[in-house]
Design a protein around this ligand. Structure first.
Ligand code: ZN
Ligand code: ZN
Length: 832
C-alpha cells in the first residue's frame, strides 16, 4: 500500500477510482456495487496493517476465531459487523489497525463430519489419514465462510489470517503448554471430570450446559428388617457403583443406622451409612446413595469419606463388568431393566416424575457423566482472586458483562481439564516412562511434536534409567489453541517491539456466550504466561434471537443465513440492522423489516447524493462563503452536531445511537428540510452568492455523511466518495480522516433559530399535504401565526419560507396565547 495519503486542502482533479464521471447511476445496486468495492479494497490493500509504520498508533482487535462449520448465520453477521464498525472507525481515526481473521479448526464436529462423509469410523483408517480428511473438510468450510465474511464487507486483513490446525500454530500451543508445565500451572492427575459418552471425551465445565428435563425419582429399599432404609434415586442404573448411603447427622430417622453396613439391592455389595451435613434431608426420604460418580456431590463425598471408586460406566456410555449381568447395556436401557428387576424383587416402592436439571454436552446435548481417568489440567481455581481483580479493572462494554466473568470464576469447583480423547487436535507434547511413569517433555526448539507417532526426545528416564517410553495419546482442548490468540497475533514468543505494540489487544469483541470460555481462558492463560491480561477493552455483544424468541442456534433450525440476506438486500442493509438492532450487549431479534429499512435508507442516501452532485459539479471553497442564510447556518451547525454525536457514540461503542443519528440527519434534516429549502436557490437564475452558499452547505453535508456512514455502510460510502468532486487525496473513503467538529460552526444559536425556521416550513409542508397538495404545488396565500419571540426571525427569513412552500403571498402574524402560561403555538393556514 502506498503511504497514507495526507489530507491537504489541495485541489485535485476530482476524478474517481473507477471512472471520471460525476453523474451517479439512477439507482443504487448493492449486487453490483458491493462486490466491486470488495475486490478493489483487496487489490489496493486498503485494510492492511502496516508493521513498519510506527508513526501512527496501533489498534489491535483480537476477534474470536470461529469454528469452521461452513455456516454463517445472521447472529455471526452481527458479531462480525460489530468488529468491523470499530476497525473501520479506528482506521479513519488515524490508527494502524491490526484486524486478523483466524480459524479455530480442531475439534469433534469435524471428526464426526469426516466419519460421515467418508462412511468410516475414525479408527478404521490410520491416524494421519483421518487427520488429513478432517483438514480437507476444514479447508472447504473455511473457504465458504471466508467468502461470506468478505461479502459482508468485513475489513479483515487477510495477510494476517491464521488457522489453529497449522503446524506453526501447533508449535505455539505446545510451547505455551510447556512453559506453563514448567511453572507448575499444568499438571496431570486422576480426578473425576465431566465426560460426554457420545463424544467419548472429557469436557470442561464451560462446555457443560444446564437443561431442564423430565425425569423420574425411584424409591428403593436397601437392606433387610430393622437395618433397612428407603432412599430416593434418579439414577438407579448406578446401583452397581454405590459406595455409601449418606444421611444428615441431625436427622433423627437415621441416627441409629449411621455406621452400619447395608446391602445394595441386586448387586449385594455392602455399603456403610455415613453422616454428612451436606445431605439435604428434605429430598426424597432424607437418605441418599453415594455413587462414583452420579454427580459432583458424589465426588466431594468420595474424597471426604475416603470411599472406594467403582467404575460402572464405560467411555462410550455403557455399563461395565462392574454391573454384572447388566454389563454392556446402554445407560437408558440399563435404567429400564434395573427398574424392572427392582420392581420384580419388591425393592421399588414408588416412582415419581420430576423436573431435573441435567448437565449436557454443549456440542451434542447428551447428558454428561462424571468419569475418573488420568487427565491434564490447568490449575485455575487458585487464580480466581487475580481473575476477579483484573476483571474489575478492565473496561467492559456493557459494564454488567463483567459480573458474568466474576460469577463464572467463582463458581468453578474443578480445575480446567485441558486433555481430550480425540484425534483432530493439537497433540500434547509429553511422553511417559513405561516403567516408572515419569513425564518427559521435548525441548522448546523441537516443537511441534506428535507423541502419537514421534519417538521420545528423552532417551533415558532420569528417575529409573529405563529407555522405554510411551507417547501421550490424548490431545488438547481446542480452547488451549484459541486462548493464546492475542499473544500469537503480537508475534509471541518473539517479544519484540511489535509485541509490545500489539499486546495486550486493544479490543476483545465477542458474544456473551463465550465470556466463560474464550474470555476466561484467555485471561487465565495470559495471567499465567505474562502476568497481565491479554486485552484492555471487552466489547460484549448480545445474542441474536430468531422470530420465535429463542436464541438463534444451528441446532434449533430457526436461523437465517447471512447469505440469504446478502442476496436479497446486500451487505450495507444487513449491517444497518446489526448496528440499529439494540444497544451493545443487548439481545436482539433478526427482523427482515429492519434490514429492508436499511435498504430503503440506501436508496434515500443515493438519491440525496445524486441530487447534490448534480448541483455541485466541482469542489466548493473551503471557507464559508458570504451570504449564508439562517437555514444554511442551521444545516452547517447540524452537520457539526452530527459529527460530535456519531464520534461520541462510536467512542462508547453505541452503534445504534450512531446509525440512528446518521439516518435521521440524512433523511430529515438534509433531505426533507434543507434540500427542499434550497432548491430554488440552485436554479440558474438564482443569485450567485446565494447559490454558492447553498452549494457549500450541501457539499459539506454529503461529504460528512459519506464519511460518518463509512464504518456502517462501507460500500455505498465508497460509491459516493469516488464520485464526489474531491479535495482530499485519499484513494478510498476508508483512508480519509474522520471529521472533527468545527467549533466555529457548531453554534447553539444557529441551531435554535434554524430549528424554528425549519419547523415553520415543516408545518407548511404538512398543511399542504393535508390539503392534497404536493410540496411543489403553488399556493396563493399562506398565513403563518407564530409566537412573538419567533416572529422577527421568521420575518427575516420570509423569502426562504415563501419560496420553499411556493407561496405567492406570505403573511406572518402573531399567534394568540393559548397555553396556561400564556405561551403560543405556531400555526399555518392556506388561504386559496
Ligand atoms: Zn458430546
Ligand atoms: Zn522411569
Amino acid at each position: 500500500m502506498k503511504p497514507r495519503p495526507s489530507e491537504t486542502g489541495q485541489n485535485s482533479e476530482g476524478g474517481s477510482a473507477l471512472g471520471q464521471s460525476y453523474s451517479l447511476p439512477k439507482s443504487y445496486e448493492p449486487s453490483t456495487e458491493e462486490p466491486k468495492w470488495q475486490q478493489w479494497w483487496q487489490d489496493k490493500k486498503v485494510h492492511r496493517f502496516d508493521p513498519s509504520d510506527t508513526s501512527r498508533p496501533t489498534y489491535s482487535i483480537d476477534t474470536p476465531p470461529p469454528y469452521p462449520s461452513g455456516e454463517f448465520h445472521v447472529g455471526n453477521a452481527l458479531n462480525w459487523s460489530y468488529f468491523d464498525f470499530i476497525a473501520r472507525y479506528k482506521r479513519m481515526k488515524g490508527y494502524n489497525v491490526h484486524f486478523p481473521q483466524g480459524w479455530d479448526c480442531n475439534g469433534l464436529p469435524t471428526e464426526v463430519r469426516a466419519e460421515k462423509t467418508h462412511k468410516i469410523r475414525k479408527n478404521d483408517v490410520p491416524l494421519a489419514q483421518f487427520v488429513e480428511m478432517c483438514r480437507k473438510l476444514t479447508e472447504e468450510y473455511i473457504a465458504q465462510m471466508k467468502e461470506t465474511i468478505i461479502r459482508l464487507g468485513i475489513s479483515s486483513d487477510w495477510e494476517l489470517e491464521y488457522k489453529t490446525m497449522d503446524h506453526s500454530y501447533y508449535r505455539l500451543t505446545q510451547l505455551s503448554f510447556l512453559r506453563l508445565y514448567k511453572t507448575g500451572h499444568m499438571y496431570r492427575g486422576e480426578h473425576p471430570v465431566n465426560w460426554c459418552p457420545r463424544c467419548e471425551t472429557a469436557i470442561a465445565e464451560a462446555e457443560v450446559e444446564r437443561e431442564e428435563r423430565q425425569g423420574s425419582i425411584h424409591y428403593l429399599r436397601f437392606g433387610e428388617g430393622v437395618d433397612s432404609v428407603e432412599l430416593a434415586s434418579t439414577r438407579p442404573e448406578l446401583l452397581a457403583a454405590c459406595v455409601a448411603i449418606a444421611v444428615h447427622p441431625e436427622d433423627p430417622r437415621y441416627t441409629k443406622l449411621v455406621g452400619k453396613q447395608i446391602a445394595v439391592p441386586l448387586f449385594q455389595q455392602r455399603v456403610k451409612v455415613i453422616s454428612d451435613s451436606d445431605v439435604d434431608s428434605s429430598f426424597g426420604t432424607g437418605a441418599v446413595m453415594v455413587c462414583t460418580f452420579g454427580d459432583k456431590m458424589d465426588v466431594t463425598w468420595q474424597k471426604r469419606h475416603n470411599l472406594p471408586v467403582i467404575r460402572a460406566i464405560s467411555d462410550n456410555g455403557h455399563l461395565t463388568e462392574a454391573a454384572g449381568q447388566f454389563k454392556g447395556l446402554r445407560l437408558e436401557e440399563a435404567r429400564k431393566q434395573i427398574v424392572e428387576r427392582l420392581k420384580h424383587e419388591g425393592r421399588l416402592s414408588k416412582t415419581e416424575t420430576s423436573q431435573q436439571n441435567v448437565g449436557t454436552c454443549w456440542r451434542c446435548h447428551t447428558p454428561v457423566e462424571i468419569l475418573a481417568r488420568p487427565q491434564w489440567f490447568m490449575g485455575v481455581r487458585n487464580m480466581t482472586p487475580a481473575v476477579k481483580d483484573w476483571t474489575e479493572k478492565l473496561h467492559w462494554i456493557p459494564p454488567f458483562a463483567r459480573q458474568r466473568m466474576i460469577d463464572w470464576a467463582q463458581s468453578l469447583d474443578w480445575d480446567w481439564v485441558v486433555s481430550r480423547q480425540r484425534l483432530f487436535a493439537t497433540p500434547i507434547p509429553v511422553w511417559y516412562c513405561k516403567k516408572c511413569g515419569e513425564t518427559a517433555t521435548p525441548s522448546e526448539d523441537a516443537l511441534p511434536v506428535d507423541p502419537r507417532k514421534d519417538p521420545s526426545p528423552v532417551k533415558k528416564c532420569p528417575k529409573c534409567g529405563s529407555e522405554d517410553f510411551v507417547g501421550e495419546a490424548d490431545v488438547f482442548d481446542t480452547w488451549m489453541d484459541s486462548s493464546i490468540s492475542s499473544a500469537v497475533h503480537a508475534g509471541w514468543p518473539n517479544e519484540s517491539s511489535n509485541f509490545k505494540r500489539l499486546f495486550p489487544a486493544d479490543l476483545q469483541p465477542n458474544g456473551f456466550d463465550i465470556i466463560r470460555t474464550w474470555d476466561y481462558y484467555l485471561l487465565v492463560r495470559s495471567l499465567a504466561l505474562f502476568g497481565i491480561p491479554p486485552y484492555k477493552t471487552l466489547m460484549i455483544n448480545g445474542m441474536v434471537r430468531g422470530t420465535d424468541g429463542r436464541m438463534m442456534h444451528k441446532s434449533y433450525g430457526n436461523y437465517v443465513e447471512t447469505e440469504e440476506v446478502l442476496r436479497k438486500l446486500g451487505a450495507d442493509a444487513l449491517r444497518q440492522w446489526a448496528a440499529a438492532g439494540g444497544s451493545t450487549g443487548q439481545d436482539i431479534p433478526f427482523r427482515w423489516a429492519d434490514a429492508e429499512h436499511g435498504r430503503k435508507f440506501l436508496t434515500k442516501l443515493w438519491n440525496v447524493a445524486r441530487f447534490i452532485l448534480a448541483s455541485v459539479p466541482s469542489p466548493v471553497s473551503e471557507t464559508s462563503p458570504a451570504g449564508l442564510s439562517l437555514v444554511d447556518r442551521w444545516i452547517l451547525s447540524s452537520t457539526q452536531k452530527l459529527i460530535e454525536e456519531v464520534s461520541e457514540a462510536l467512542d462508547g461503542f453505541q452503534f445504534n445511537v450512531a446509525i440512528e443519528a446518521i439516518r435521521n440527519f440524512t433523511w430529515h434534516s438534509l433531505a426533507d428540510n434543507y434540500l427542499e429549502a434550497v432548491k430554488y436557490r440552485l436554479q440558474p437564475e438564482a443569485d450567485l452568492a446565494s447559490r454558492e452558499a447553498a452549494r457549500h452547505c450541501l457539499y459539506h453535508a454529503i461529504v460528512t455523511v459519506c464519511k460518518l456512514v463509512a464504518p456502517f455502510c462501507p460500500h455505498i460510502a465508497e460509491s459516493i466518495y469516488q464520485i464526489l468532486p474531491k479535495k482530499e487525496l485519499a484513494e478510498s473513503v476508508h483512508l480519509t480522516i474522520w471529521p472533527k467538529p468545527e467549533p466555529s460552526v457548531l453554534n447553539d444559536n444557529w441551531m435554535r433559530e434554524g430549528t424554528i425556521l425549519v419547523e415553520a416550513i415543516a408545518l407548511g409542508r404538512r398543511r399542504k399535504s393535508e390539503n392534497g397538495m404536493s410540496l411543489s404545488a403553488p399556493v396563493k396565500k399562506l398565513v403563518i401565526a407564530a409566537p412573538e419571540a419567533s416572529l422577527r426571525l421568521l420575518k427575516e427569513n420570509q423569502e426562504t419560507i415563501a419560496r420553499t412552500l411556493r407561496a405567492e403571498q406570505l403573511t406572518l402574524e402573531q399567534s394568540p396565547p393559548n397555553g396556561p402560561g400564556g405561551e403560543s403555538d405556531m400555526h399555518v393556514e392556506i388561504v386559496s
